[in-house]
Write a protein that binds this ligand. Structure first.
Ligand SMILES: [Mg+2]
Length: 288
């Protein structure tokens, strides 16, 4: 089987509820997604998706992905694609975005923890928005609450310094970009769990490699991505469900953010798409 054609579609996916906000004033209004179609001489077609969260979250960004396709696609024509390497009703877990004003976040997390049913798992994710000083203030004020603390500070060393005063599990997310990072976290005992984002790590095969090593090293693992629609969600679902259950934390579809124009519903279930949008034309086309 040989690759016969490559098409790339730029798809704007505005967020259903408007602007998405993170710590440090980072905002995005939607995913600037790139969907790639690879056709083969056997009649098989493969689809992939890259949907970075704005231009602030990861080294990969939308125009970079488009440039990458144009650069790489001509070299892939004629190759064997197989040699290139491959939920439940209700929410039992909540992620609360923190990393802003410490006192406001303490108040908000305390209110949420007091309002949710017993047994609800809470993740407080600062997205690397705090200094160790701020993160320790938060930790100290929330000792009576039950939650998992995710990526309080930008660096592994800073997060480790917070972990020393933390009596709860810690998960690192933004710090995991490579095998080297993962090993550094392991050697420093800097986390109990890891969040692996497919786009940030470099695709499905690289994520699977890190996921397998993380499992071997005893980490709890979440496989997710910066965003996307059905194709990207399918990749997340496959990598998540192929993670041994005893090491699987959860995954995150795009449902917490949502799009206006696709068939992913705002539930924990990932549903089959209704069909293809006919109005989208290839942004990039390459044929042998
Ligand atoms: Mg996170």
């Amino acid at each position: 089987m040989r690759i016969e054609g490559i098409r790339a579609y730029r798809v704007q996916q505005p967020f259903a509820d408007g602007t998405y906000r993170m710590s440090k004033g980072r905002v995005a209004d939607g995913f600037d997604s790139l969907i790639v179609e690879i056709t083969t001489d056997s009649g098989l077609t493969g689809w992939g998706e890259m949907a970075p969260l704005g231009n602030f979250y990861a080294p990969a960004f939308a125009s970079g992905a488009r440039a990458g396709v144009a650069e790489i696609a001509p070299s892939l024509l004629g190759l064997d694609p197989c040699s290139l390497g491959i939920v439940a009703d209700g929410y039992g877990r909540l992620q609360i975005k923190v990393g802003g004003n410490v006192h406001d976040d303490i108040e908000r997390v305390t209110a949420v923890a007091g309002a949710v049913p017993k047994g609800t798992v809470i993740f407080c994710d600062a997205n690397a928005g705090w200094s160790p000083f701020q993160a320790r203030q938060f930790v100290d004020a929330t000792r009576d609450l039950d939650y998992v603390f995710e990526q309080p500070c930008p660096t592994i060393a800073e997060c480790l310094s917070v972990r020393h005063v933390l009596d709860k599990p810690m998960v690192l997310d933004e710090s995991v970009t490579s095998l080297e990072n993962l090993l550094e976290i392991h050697h420093a005992n800097a986390a109990d769990g890891l969040t692996l984002k497919i786009s940030r790590i470099g695709g499905i095969s690289r994520t699977r490699q890190l996921r397998d090593l993380a499992v071997d090293l005893g980490f709890m693992v979440t496989v997710e991505d910066t965003g996307g629609a059905e194709i990207d969600t399918a990749a997340m679902a496959h990598l998540s469900l192929s993670t041994p259950e005893e090491h699987r934390l959860h995954t995150r579809g795009v449902s917490p953010v949502g799009h206006r124009e696709n068939s992913i519903e705002r539930t924990a279930c990932v549903r089959q798409p209704d069909g293809h949008s006919r109005r989208n034309r290839p942004w990039y086309r390459c044929r042998s």
